[in-house]
Design a protein around this ligand. Structure first.
Ligand code: AMP
Length: 603
């Protein structure tokens, strides 16, 4: 093949964001974001440096505070408006400014691929008007690219999780970025993706959360450090804003953090340093009203699409701000299922744009590959269950669908002031009652609360789960820094054995005998025998040879089936058994067929 032919066929995927942009390419049938020095993100900032050269990305963002007159931020908000913005001595259209960003992204792709790139797929918000879409297309063309498709961002996000495929799916995409919030309901019908409804708030995002924390820091600086003019000092404001964003990001994995900034001002000749503790609980309370607004939009989008929460096949988290843990919690409470955030929420729109590019290029596309935990890992604590006090409330630390490796820390308190020991139980499972989950480890932490303020400061538990299923547990008493470490090996494999044991226990209950293994074979192979006959004598049906055969195969498959299939097998065996006992011949046959279908894949 001539290299010129390949080159002209390459299409890149571009996520042109309000705060950040990324470019992705196809490699080996899979989308891949282009990184430079490990960094995938190009801030959507354009500026002129002191010598009058155009700079894009981090360099432009870094000069924004010092040289706002020659730096442009958030140009996406003006796309399609016909306004002009000034950058240094000249004025530019929004398309021209966006074109600088696209050029920088294109150059990245060219460096990664080692050859020229002429075509691109670019994403836009679902609510963009024709004028805004047209302006985006023009920006691409000014940057020297043919824009083969403009794709809606929620569509791209959905494509990053499932690149088309057969069947019909309903997906809710919750996208909370740096400066905008969108929620969309997307339908996939035999590979065709359509946005059914989209709503949101294009003035709500991570910047607002930074402002909430920055306000706490400014108040601290004024009241504790006596710096009265903090609000009038733009450089100090910018510094506190940056510290606030960093603090917010750390609070996504830690319940408390300490913000340390040296020499924030001089008061009476004395240098003043900032050292202020922030808690996730306070932060979540501060942003509660903002998040409630996003949940109302979720309801609106579902209503507009005519889709009930129970009809959703998936919920996807998009945008960096969805890493704030309470967002997944709020969505799970509202919609009754855990959202997915395993495809990097900053990158999934760019990855989806590349999937679309691959489809345009006629490639056989596969979805993004990520390693996730299929189970939630947590501990138990005194708390509530169904609104009542309960001694074994399940407290998840690493939720299912979290990308691995993962580290999460939570704060806990001893129940009484003089309590010297805690038992740290490690569970795997999804039930709010810890005792209904699988206990996979237990560690004892003794000698607590020997210091006066130790009780008030509590303990921090950290779970650290790696790709091999090694779960490291770490607990530290905050007041003293004393710590213990524990390891649960094969944390993910364990469940399969446990699930198998639980499944067999359920089946043994069904046939009313003690030895699940022996009695299963017996029940499946000879339903007329004593164990079965007892239950079916009250007007039940005798199992046909076909049903007996299916039950036998199901019993054998249970030993080797993956955990999620075991559950389903057990449910179906139970259903079949009930249908026989209650004399529902049609149902029994339908369940048998269902079982046969699953067995077809398992055998
Ligand atoms: P995006 O516009 O999607 O690139 O999202 C950028 C926003 O995500 C910024 O406000 C970031 O501060 C925020 N962000 C990134 N990582 C985290 C995190 N771990 N926790 C909370 N916010 C984050």
């Amino acid at each position: 093949m001539e290299s010129g032919t390949i080159q002209s066929e390459i299409i890149i995927g571009i996520d042109l964001g309000t705060t950040n942009s990324e470019v992705a390419i196809i490699s080996g049938g899979r989308p891949e974001v282009v990184r430079e020095d490990g960094d995938a993100i190009v801030p959507s900032c354009v500026g002129l440096d002191e010598a009058g050269n155009v700079v894009v990305g981090r360099r432009a963002r870094n000069q924004a505070v010092l040289a706002p007159e020659r730096t442009v931020l958030s140009i996406k908000r003006r796309m399609g408006s016909g306004e002009r913005v000034s950058m240094g001595p000249e004025e530019y259209t929004p398309q021209e400014i966006s074109a600088f960003i696209i050029k920088a992204l294109r150059a990245r792709a060219v460096r990664a691929l080692g050859h020229e790139v002429r075509r691109a797929v670019i994403t836009v918000p679902a609510y963009f008007t024709d004028a805004q879409r047209q302006a985006t297309r023009e920006a691409g063309e000014i940057a020297g690219l043919e824009v083969v498709r403009i794709v809606n961002e929620p569509t791209a996000a959905a494509l990053s999780y499932e690149s088309g495929g057969e069947g019909s799916r309903r997906i809710l995409v919750y996208d909370l970025g740096g400066g905008t919030f969108d929620v969309s309901v997307v339908a996939i019908e035999d590979g065709v993706v359509e946005v059914l409804a989209s709503t949101g708030d294009n003035r709500l995002g991570g910047d607002d959360f930074d402002a909430v924390i920055a306000e706490r820091l400014v108040t601290y600086v004024e009241t504790e450090l006596g710096i009265e003019d903090a609000r009038e000092n733009p450089l100090l404001q910018a510094r506190l804003r940056r510290a606030a964003e960093q603090a917010k990001i750390e609070l996504s994995t830690r319940p408390w953090i300490r913000v340390e900034e040296d020499h924030v001002a001089t008061v009476d000749g004395e240098p003043k340093h900032l050292s202020c503790e922030l808690s996730r609980a306070d932060f979540e309370r501060d942003i509660d009203a903002l998040l409630s607004r996003t949940m109302q939009s979720v309801t609106t989008a579902l209503d507009d699409a005519g889709v009930r929460p129970g009809q959703l096949d998936r919920i996807l988290l998009v945008g960096g701000s969805t890493r704030i843990p309470c967002i997944a919690r709020l969505l799970a409470e509202r919609l009754g299922q855990e959202p997915h955030g395993e495809v990097d929420p900053d990158l999934c729109v760019a990855l989806g744009a590349a999937v679309q590019a691959g489809i345009e290029m006629g490639e056989d596309m596969r979805s993004v590959l990520v390693d996730i935990t299929p189970y939630t890992f947590g501990t138990s604590a005194v708390g509530e269950l169904h609104g009542l006090p309960y001694a074994h409330q399940y407290i998840p630390l690493i939720r299912r669908n979290t990308k691995l490796p993962a580290t999460r820390t939570e704060a806990f308190f001893t129940v009484t002031e003089h309590q010297e020991t805690v038992e740290i139980k490690v569970y795997q499972g999804e039930d709010p009652d810890a005792l209904q989950n699988v206990e996979i480890g237990s560690f004892r932490f003794s000698g607590l609360n020997r210091e006066r303020d130790a009780y008030d400061q509590g303990l921090l538990f950290t779970y650290d789960l790696d790709l091999d299923g090694l779960l490291k547990v770490h607990a530290v008493e905050r007041a003293t820094g004393r710590e213990i470490h524990g390891v649960v090996e094969n944390a993910m494999g364990r469940s399969t054995e446990e699930a198998l044991a639980a499944s067999k226990a359920r089946l043994s209950g069904l046939w009313g005998e003690e030895d699940a293994e022996g009695e299963l074979d017996e029940a499946a192979g000879a339903p007329g025998d004593a164990g079965d006959a007892r239950e079916e004598s009250a007007g039940g049906l005798e199992a046909s040879a076909e049903i007996r055969d299916t039950l036998e195969r199901a019993a054998r498959a249970l030993d080797t089936a993956p955990a999620e299939d075991q559950e389903e097998l057990v449910d179906l065996i139970e259903d079949l058994h009930n249908a026989l006992r209650e004399g529902r011949a049609g149902d029994a046959d339908a369940v048998r067929q269902n079982l046969d279908e699953i067995l077809f894949y398992l055998e």
